[in-house]
Design a protein around this ligand. Sequence first.
Ligand code: PLP
Length: 359
Amino acid sequence: MEADLKPTYNQFASDNYAGICPEAWGAMQEANSGFVPSYGDDLWTERACEHLRQVFETECQVFFVFNGTAANSLALASLCRSYHSVICHELAHAETDECGAPEFFSNGTKLLHVNGPDGKFDLAEVERIITRRSDIHYPRPKVLSLTQATEVGTVYTPDEIGAASELAKRHGLRVQMDGARFANAVVALNVAPAELTWRAGVDVLCLGGAKNGMAVGEAVVFFDRELAHEFDYRCKQAGQLASKMRFISAPWIGMLEGGAWLNNARHANGCAALLEQHLAAIDGIRIMYPRQANSVFVEMPEAVAAALRQAGWHFYSFIGSGGARFMCSWQTTERDVLQLSEAVRTASSAAGRAPGGTV
Ligand SMILES: *Cc1c(COP(=O)(O)O)cnc(C)c1O
């Protein structure tokens, strides 16, 4: 009865529109018994860190924070002094979607952005930015930040990460990875998490939990443990030290121990692949980037986008006129995908029939 009363919400806006997956929910519930020490001094947190060490096959140091903006900002701030700079892609979340938090938490470290196709760096451009100046008037490049999977749903291969890291290290830069959708990249590439991180030269990973199926929380994973020095103070000062830490850390155990983190990502990527297949077959719809993770970006006539919104579909448009992002999550169903595909098909043929229609 209650289910009948729930409005259906047709959305491909973001993977953070999804709820909490059963594995994360179950672990949270399991952790909800009795008194447990606060601020991360508990067995749940210890076990979650141990799981992450197993997943990454190394003695990394792990911190849990509330969200990705904090994870990126604090990780970048810990790698820089205020007069340094961070090089990232012009579409990087740290550059476009964190409201200046990296600059704020680092007391002024500047983000320098570079271009490159498909949401990925052009390494020659990165090198040009690093080497174009060495005088005292230029904020000294100190970190290369890359996003995996990227903001446009593509992935860096281990070789590409290795080449970027090699370039960074050659010039004395550290490498940070924004892994809000890291699990989607692991599944897309079918390689061990270690191959995409420390074995390819990544020093710090901000590992996403929320978009993968958790309620809240991201893990900051330091592969170079020396870089983690006093990071706990930084978290506390930034208001990112949860007093009831077990409820942020326990879900990681639930996600990692039976492989739910990868199953969720595989499901989301699969939905995006199916959606891509359907949308690519519709006249007037153009797929904008290689679909490698859990999102599909399409260019479509403005009338089609308007008709979809009118029909109640939610999605983001952010690149140019008509560009739309359709994002899949662990909770997206094949039915959702087919319904959206059908809605796009209907809107497209209606737009094509309209006076002046271009389809
Ligand atoms: C969502 C996202 C984040 C984290 O965002 P919060 O809303 O702060 O949790 C970081 N990087 C990328 C690429 C993202 O898509």
